[in-house]
Design a binder for this molecule. Structure first.
Ligand code: ADP
Ligand code: MG
Length: 419
């Protein structure tokens, strides 16, 4: 039957496999296509069987469920993993979700919980697929003022999130800033993962690259035309669009500086904001992104290394001719100082910090575990309000309100670009 949900069971205990197979045997819309006794076996079986859902035990002797899920996400991206664990610890949940699992069941669970989870992930997966393929350019931005896709006079802003040191919150801020600008300011927003080797945007938004990433644009970039860029931009339910990094690190080198510039030019033609999550090291592609950007939101934290690198970066930025209008400083976790004050930072780098964002591990980690941006799950938190203020500062006052923008498309260019 074509519309049965095809399930692969992975558990090292034979009785559990049999029990689960029997339970699911009662469901007419579910078919158990196989059962694997180890993480390693699950990879081979999933590759040949292409199941819709994989029920994965977390504790297995050879390759544990988390490692197997990580590999599965890359090798069989169409299979949604439901993790099963005897422990409900948040660390397990977090690691499973990071590895790409879509649901987490704590043993013992009832057969209702089991089948509901399987159906739910399957439905979500199918919806995601159809959203990706069916939606026209701006349709996912329900609250937004979609500029006409063919309005060639429209030139959105490119906002690069950069930091000369890793782990300071670029990806976290990029994702939530994008959601804030879309949901609160009514902008059409595309978020591009510019960390081509080890991009994290997909993890934060619970997206697995299913042949939808910037890598798929390489043939067109080489041919000198970018016709199907929209096909590879994912419409996310949070109201934003996403262009993911390549699914594997070695593909990053296919993305050239001139290619990335062309991609950004194409994206800014059809969106109010193009937000790019960059790497923390300089290479030619990162430089191409920073060059193309209207604003470089440069992130730092209250750590000596971050401050030292920032000083060096600001010198480079000056040599590159980036003015203070272009390079804006964002201090993340601004209230978490261990002896370093904001004023110390400012006197050390010789410049005022433009924006601050508070530290809120609870909201940030909760959101990460669920693959839902905290701006949506914890809208009232101070960290969300800080993000909104940042969004307003970079996009709110430079652009017309949604209704104005819709009325006066001819003025957009001057309003959006301030280079
Ligand atoms: N404002 C914040 N409050 C608490 N934790 C944060 C905040 N911003 C980022 N983090 C955490 O810091 C870590 C690094 O963030 P991430 O966005 O991945 O940084 P980067 O992209 O710069 O490497 C993550 O664990 C993230 O959850
Ligand atoms: Mg990152």
């Amino acid at each position: 039957m074509a519309d049965q949900i095809r399930v692969l069971i992975v558990d090292d205990i034979p009785e559990t496999r049999d029990h689960l197979t029997k339970l699911l045997g009662f469901e007419s819309d579910i078919e158990v296509v196989g059962s694997a006794a180890s993480g390693g076996e699950s990879l081979t079986m999933a590759t040949s069987l292409q199941p819709d859902v994989v029920l994965m035990d977390i504790n297995m002797p050879d390759m544990d469920g988390i490692a197997a899920t990580e590999k599965l996400s890359a090798q069989v991206p169409g299979a949604a993993v439901v993790m099963m664990s005897v422990q409900g610890e948040s660390d397990y949940l977090r690691r499973s979700m990071l590895a790409g699992a879509r649901e987490f069941l704590v043993k013992p669970f009832s057969s209702d919980e089991l089948t509901a989870s399987i159906r739910q992930v399957h439905t979500r997966e199918r919806e995601k697929q159809s959203r990706m393929s069916a939606l026209p350019v701006q349709a996912s931005n329900a609250g937004g003022s979609a500029p006409a896709a063919d309005d060639s006079s429209h030139d959105g802003q490119v906002i690069a999130l950069f930091s000369p040191k890793g782990g300071v919150g670029r990806t976290t801020v990029a994702v939530n800033l994008a959601v804030a600008a879309a949901t609160e300011l009514g902008k059409t927003v595309v978020l591009m993962d510019g960390s081509f080797q080890f991009g994290d945007v997909g993890v934060l938004l619970n997206l697995n690259p299913k042949n939808k990433s910037i890598a798929d644009l390489v043939p067109e970039l080489e041919a000198g035309e970018l016709e199907s860029i929209d096909t590879f931009v994912i419409n996310h339910s949070a109201g934003i669009r996403v262009l993911l990094a390549p699914p594997s690190p070695e593909m990053a080198e296919l993305i050239t500086p001139s290619g990335v510039k062309r991609v950004l030019d194409a994206l800014r033609k059809t969106h109010d904001l193009v937000i790019v999550d960059c790497t923390s090291w300089f290479n030619e592609t990162t430089l191409a992104i920073l060059d193309s950007a209207d604003v470089v939101l440069t992130m730092l934290s209250l750590e000596i290394t971050s401050i030292k690198n920032m000083r060096l970066f600001l010198e480079v930025a000056e040599q590159l001719g980036y003015g203070q209008d272009k390079v804006k400083l964002v201090l993340n976790r601004a209230d978490s100082s261990l002896g370093i004050r904001v004023s110390d930072v400012e006197s050390s780098i010789g410049r005022k910090v433009d924006h601050t964002i508070v530290s809120d591990g609870r909201s940030v980690v909760y959101a990460l575990n669920r693959g839902v941006p905290f701006f949506l799950s914890n809208r009232e938190a101070q960290v969300s309000q800080d993000i909104l203020r940042l969004a307003e500062a970079i996009a709110g006052d430079r652009a017309a309100s949604p209704s104005e923008a819709a009325r006066k498309p001819a003025q957009k260019k001057s309003m959006f670009s301030f280079r």
